[in-house]
Design a protein around this ligand. Structure first.
Ligand code: PLP
Length: 494
């Protein structure tokens, strides 16, 4: 359990400053000193740096070390943030991504000198083609949402090529939140499709919208954000193709079915894959990631440039693609993430990847079973890699999903995703990932069961949680609306 000490506040480094404190002192100069004012344009020379904290070396080290311990990370324990796939990142990936042969290449080096880097990109593409059953892949997009935008721009260009200006993109209410944003960014207009009572795509609603005309594509999240597999994708694909529309598949959570089901066979025209999730790269705090997009042969001509090609036994970067949408990122994408993904794929192998997907699904279902008598299951449909509960059984005691999430921090776990997906009121979305052992799953389930009991017996305890963290509940609205990003000495201070 966290909260090892009673120290509840770490002052800002500015507040630790005491006049004359020095971290490290260089020996006196034994060469003639230059006067900076004489050497550079004096306007550019800064004299004193105002308010620079004066602190000793040990103060600096302890300050940042303490702050680092207040973070929660995948390396500390189960991190059940639904849809985010916060799995363990094997250290071998890091070793390989740091090999000088990869870190020291320059993106503008001639192809002949970087055959190894190109080979890595080529092999990663082949691996992604094998698991998706698609025609080609671009590795360029920097994250999942960026992949969505790239895919939708390709669809727009393909439609333009046919002389069509279709505007509408259909998105089920169980889609990931980034999907509508990406469609709008790519110049489309979003039409929401209500799900069936089972939480899946409503084919009748799809047909109605298709009959209404002007549909460019359907963007479908697989498995959807309820953790439910869509059983009718092939049918939906046929209906879309019949009307000349495209099927965009959000495959960010490929970890649920990699090696088990093939998006290509289901009829997807484009899908993005989150390498940082399924194929393991540390990805908290917004980066870095990689969101390759796999496309059908129909969309292949529109891929961003460059594309790695094999010509006479050599690998080249092909920019000569007249129908390309252009570049979506500088150079070739987040190369370090590509190295990690291929390392992960190679170290697991084909059977290992399948076992990984099975473990991800098994772990989610273990928690589903362990908790379904204590928390209300939002949907009855069998779940894949994540499970969505809601707070309707705790509501009568005045306890919300947020209170449950906050109380979990006292038990030493990261909170699950709350209030998403939007189709579930008071949602608690739990994704344990494949990395967790039975012991860790049980410890988490035990904490959740204890919280369910507390909700009935001592609801105040939950409403005022967390009790053991350095900071308690923050005013999130104020933090977003009126952020204080820079320390300033208050009147009368110091
Ligand atoms: C995480 C996720 C995304 C967005 O990916 P980013 O890399 O965060 O941009 C999109 N769709 C689904 C289903 C996701 O889980």
């Amino acid at each position: 359990m966290k909260g090892k000490s009673l120290r509840t506040r770490e002052p800002l480094i500015f507040e630790k400053s005491s006049e004359g404190a020095v971290g490290f002192q260089l020996p006196a100069l034994d060469v003639p000193q230059v006067d900076p004012e004489q050497t550079w344009d004096s306007e550019l020379v800064r004299g004193e740096i105002e308010e620079l904290p004066e602190v000793t070396e040990v103060e600096v080290v302890r300050h940042f070390h303490r702050l680092s311990q207040w973070n929660y990370s995948v390396d500390e324990g189960l991190y059940p943030l639904g849809s985010c796939t916060m799995k363990y990142n094997p250290r071998i990936n890091e070793e390989l991504a740091r090999l000088p042969g990869f870190t020291q290449v320059h993106p503008l080096q001639p192809e002949g000198q970087v055959q190894g880097a190109l080979q890595l990109m080529w092999e990663l593409e082949q691996a992604l083609l094998a698991v998706t059953g698609m025609a080609r892949v671009t590795l360029q997009p920097a994250a999942g949402a960026h992949g969505e935008l790239t895919g939708m721009l390709m669809i727009r260009k393909a439609l333009q090529d046919r002389g069509e200006a279709r505007r509408r993109v259909l998105i089920p209410d169980s889609a990931h939140g980034t999907n509508p944003a990406s469609a709008v960014f790519a110049g489309f207009q979003v039409v929401e499709l209500a799900s069936t009572a089972a939480g899946t795509l409503d084919l009748a609603a799809l047909q109605r919208e298709l009959d209404g005309g002007d549909v460019a594509a359907l963007m479908i999240t697989v498995p959807n954000t309820l953790g439910v597999f869509e059983p009718q994708i092939a049918q939906a694909a046929a209906m879309l193709h019949e009307k000349g529309a495209f099927l965009y598949m959000d495959g960010a959570n490929l970890n649920a079915f990699v090696g088990k089901a093939s998006p290509g066979k289901m009829g997807a025209d484009a899908l993005h894959i989150n390498l940082h999730k399924t194929f393991s790269t540390p990805h908290g705090g917004g980066g870095p990631g990689a969101g390759p997009v796999a496309v059908s042969s129909l969309l292949e001509p529109y891929l961003p440039v460059p594309v790695v090609e094999k010509r006479e036994g050599r690998l080249i970067l092909d920019y000569q693609r007249p129908k390309t949408i252009g570049k979506v990122r500088s150079f070739y994408g987040n190369f370090g993430v590509l190295v990690r993904a291929l390392a992960y794929i190679c170290s697991l192998g084909r059977n290992g990847l399948v076992a990984m997907a099975e473990a991800a699904v098994l772990n989610a279902n273990y928690l589903r079973k362990a908790l379904q008598e204590h928390y209300h299951l939002a949907f009855d449909s069998p779940s894949l890699h994540e499970v969505v509960f809601d707070d309707s059984w705790q509501k009568p005691y005045g306890v919300s999903n947020m209170d449950i999430a906050k109380r979990l921090l006292d038990y030493g776990f990261h909170a699950p995703t709350v209030s998403f997906p939007l189709v579930v009121h008071g949602a608690l979305m739990i994704e344990p990932t494949d990395s967790e052992s039975l012991t860790e799953l049980e410890a988490f389930a035990e904490a959740m069961r204890a919280i369910a009991r507390e909700a009935q017996e001592q609801p105040e305890l939950l409403k005022t949680a967390p009790h053991t963290t350095p900071v308690r509940r923050l005013d999130e609205v104020r933090a977003a609306r009126k952020p204080v990003l820079r320390w300033q000495r208050e009147q009368g201070e110091g």
